[in-house]
Design a protein around this ligand. Structure first.
Ligand code: PGA
Length: 241
């Protein structure tokens, strides 16, 4: 059975002080969360240590928003596996569409980053998804399938999470219909050698639609941007009905 993973991606938001304030309100709201739900927070690199220090004894896991393919070297502005492991990071988002769009991430660099994560026993969350123009042109299946094939070359099917994030649904309030997200995620699963990989949906997940999304049989979790920033909203997502 794939495990259920609800993850918050804070992107370029929250200072260390703000992260601590968030945890003070968020953690008590998890008291009755079913134990089979895995909860993950992915703060900025600068807040990882502060969040790690405030999680002891908590069930919340810590994730990074990226990971470099080399362990060290002349790569200004990057962060590597050993640096993340030292901060108790156990997941890393790889190939988010914002990295692809604004920072030149390609399927090839995504593949290198996935390998680096697995080498350090960090579970990569591979993000795939089509643009609005690609969807309108009927290319969704081909685009997602090609992203998967190139990103996953030489990757162990275990210790992997995939997030289907249609780009037109990210940060727009325009959620992909739950049944359609379920359909595409079913196609993604059919392409993976391991049927137990956790596959999340991401793109405008919020308290008003989380229950319907999580009721879909192929969807094993959510990767959440905007609605993970407010402690009560994110708690509502984790405590989906
Ligand atoms: P959103 O972002 O929830 O704000 O749409 C999702 C994501 O980028 O992972």
């Amino acid at each position: 059975m794939p495990k259920t993973l609800i993850a918050g991606n804070w992107k370029l938001q929250k200072t260390q002080a703000e992260a601590k304030e968030f945890l003070a309100e968020f953690l008590p709201a998890l008291e009755n969360t079913p134990s089979d739900r895995h909860v993950l927070l992915c703060p900025t690199f600068t807040s990882l240590a502060a969040v790690a220090q405030n999680l002891p004894g908590s069930r919340v896991r810590l994730g990074a928003q990226n990971i470099h393919w080399e362990d060290s070297g002349a790569y200004t502005g990057e962060v590597s596996g050993p640096m993340l492991v030292e901060l108790c990071v156990s997941y890393a988002i790889v190939g988010h569409s914002e990295r692809r769009q604004y920072f030149g991430e390609t399927d090839e660099t995504v593949n290198w980053r996935l390998k680096a994560a697995q080498r350090h026993q960090i579970t990569p969350i591979l993000c795939v998804g089509e643009t609005k123009a690609q969807r309108d042109a009927g290319q969704t299946e081909a685009v997602v399938s090609a992203q998967l094939e190139r990103a996953l070359a030489g990757i162990e099917p275990q210790n992997l999470v995939v997030a289907y994030e249609p780009i037109w649904a990210i940060g727009t309030g325009d959620t992909c219909e739950a049944a359609e997200a379920n359909r595409v995620i079913g196609l993604i699963r059919a392409q993976l050698p391991d049927q137990d990989v956790t596959i999340q949906y991401g793109g405008s997940v919020k308290p008003s639609n989380v229950d319907e999304i999580m009721a879909q049989p192929e969807i094993n979790g959510a990767l959440v941007g905007g609605a993970s920033l407010a402690p009560q909203d994110f708690a509502r997502l984790v405590n989906y009905q």
